[in-house]
Design a protein around this ligand. Structure first.
Ligand SMILES: *Cc1c(COP(=O)(O)O)cnc(C)c1O
Length: 500
């Protein structure tokens, strides 16, 4: 059955999946949401026999209903190939009794690869289907990982250009090096003087600049987004939850239909929203544990029903989660308001004007599957150390936030007599090699004296994991992007790049 997409902000007419992917953001500034969440139409037992590509097809065909079987299969085959360093694409590692779903085996060693390796293919296919003539200009704000994953996906793709804005002092040295060494004539990387929220707000402003859009259209350009506000990012993220569950089943770790708890290290709320959609599709997930670092807006929101971004922005060792405005929460708000765009728009206006909003007790009821926990900087480092010392497994800082949050959830659930599930999946969102300095410092402060690449070699020796190709590549790569700008000049930079 066909699924159309609507804006979270007005009743307007619905668009097809391919149109939603091309547009990125709805014209009214809202996000596209599927009219309803389709149910999985193959059994878990069948899924347990499928590989990643087959599983992805079974999930995505239900959401991207205007793509033909051939189109979708071609996109999936081009994305989930030898760019990943393992046939499994998303392998599971068991450590200390819980399962870590490793989503960092793609080209840029962060989970953003899972969606961004397929998004360019979905977009080009969508453009062809809709007979679109304009060149697509991808405009992206990044807290570090999206930028490189989007650049890797779109570099050299005909009919597209990509511009990435990142907070100049808000990403890890490895993340920055990965981005500023990006080759490709159609790419531009700019460091802004501000934090991620400034970058994201700036990008949204450029998107909704009607005069600029019209001028672009006259010159044959059209904006789209590679951020997780694009439904073409969200849908591919649902797949790995289904795959993760099916792998546990195939390996005999769980029984068919057995419920599991899932913990997701969260920033923009995209990844955990995909887990929620997977649950709505019928995947036996019980609790969705939303893990935050010290920027714990979401933790407070789940406790109190008030979302309040008026607080100090903390730079942590898990920079991809240093976010005070979680864009994708808007989709969840829309759903718990009974898919009512007026209620959602009113709350988003409050967020915009005074930086906060509260939801009703009835809406809070709609969040009962979620619970929020957070880990301090200290707790994050301690968790990296603990798991290494007990199991020899080294995880990155973001995964460590989730791992520490899960332990808090487990302890609290036990104490309150609300038995947690026997089995739990923790989403592992980045390779420890991407955040080597913080990871190694957590293991022993002595490492802080070493250089970044020396640390990578140390980590390799200590964990028995080969230094990933993504790191080897940037060891000696020349810097090709050195542009910086103030937040107020972002639009100017875009115009300049497009020769407007
Ligand atoms: C982006 C990112 C996150 C946060 O994911 P959201 O979908 O924004 O909630 C967590 N960990 C890493 C490593 C990331 O790159």
């Amino acid at each position: 059955m066909e699924i159309l997409y609507r804006s979270t902000r007005t009743e307007g007419s619905a668009v097809t999946a391919s149109q939603a992917i091309l547009q990125g953001l709805a014209d009214d500034g809202g996000l596209f949401v599927p009219e309803r969440i389709p149910a999985l139409d193959v059994s878990l037992g069948r899924l347990a026999q499928m590989d990643y590509r087959q599983t992805a097809y079974e999930v995505m065909k239900l959401f991207l209903t205007d793509f033909t079987r051939e189109e979708l299969t071609a996109c999936i085959e081009s994305a989930y190939d030898s760019k990943f360093d393992t046939e499994e694409i998303a392998p599971i590692r068991e450590a200390d009794g819980v399962f870590y779903l490793e989503l960092f085996h793609g080209a840029t060693i962060a989970f953003k690869d899972m969606a961004l390796s397929i998004l360019p293919h979905l977009m080009i296919t969508a453009a062809r289907k809709n007979r679109m003539q304009e060149e697509i200009v991808i405009l992206t704000a990044t807290s570090g990982d999206t930028g490189k994953a989007a650049l890797a996906g779109f570099a050299g793709v005909k009919g597209t250009k990509i511009i990435v804005f990142y907070p100049k002092n808000g990403v890890s040295p490895i993340q920055e090096k990965q981005m500023v060494t990006q080759k490709g004539d159609n790419t531009l990387v700019v460091g802004i003087h501000g934090n991620f929220d400034d970058a994201q707000t700036g990008v949204k402003k450029i998107f909704s600049d009607q005069a600029l859009r019209e001028e672009m259209a006259r010159k044959g350009f059209r904006f789209s987004s590679a951020n997780s506000i694009n439904i073409g990012r969200l849908v591919p993220q649902i797949c790995y939850y289904v795959y993760g569950y099916a792998r546990l089943l195939a390996q005999g770790k769980i029984a068919e239909g057995e419920q599991i708890d899932v913990t997701v290290p969260t920033g923009n709320f995209g990844n955990i929203l995909a887990a929620y959609y997977a649950k709505q599709m019928g995947l036996p997930i019980r609790r969705l544990i939303c893990a935050s670092n010290e920027n714990k807006v979401l933790y407070d929101f789940f406790r109190t029903g008030t979302y309040d971004r008026n607080r100090e922005f903390v730079l942590t060792q898990s920079p991809s989660m240093d976010i005070l405005i979680s864009s994708n929460l808007e989709r969840m708000i829309y759903h718990i308001a009974g898919d009512d765009p007026r209620v959602n728009r009113d709350l988003m206006e409050q967020l915009n004007s005074r930086g906060a909003y509260g939801i009703t007790p009835q809406m809070r009821e709609g969040l009962r599957d979620f619970c929020g926990f957070y880990a301090s900087e200290e707790e994050t480092s301690a968790e990296i150390r603990r798991l290494y010392e007990t199991c020899g497994y080294v995880m990155d800082t973001h995964t460590a936030v989730a791992s520490a949050a899960y332990r808090k959830f487990w302890n609290q659930a036990r104490e309150s007599g609300d038995e947690p599930c026997k089995k739990a999946l923790i989403v592992s969102t980045a390779s420890p090699f991407k955040f080597t300095r913080s990871v190694m410092k957590a293991l022993d402060p002595k490492y802080d004296a070493m250089g970044d690449f020396e640390l990578a070699d140390e980590l390799s020796a200590l964990s028995g994991v080969k230094v990933p190709k993504a790191i080897e590549e940037i060891r000696s790569a020349p810097v090709v992007h050195d542009r910086q700008c103030d937040v107020a000049d972002m639009k100017h930079v875009v115009r300049d790049f497009l020769h407007l």
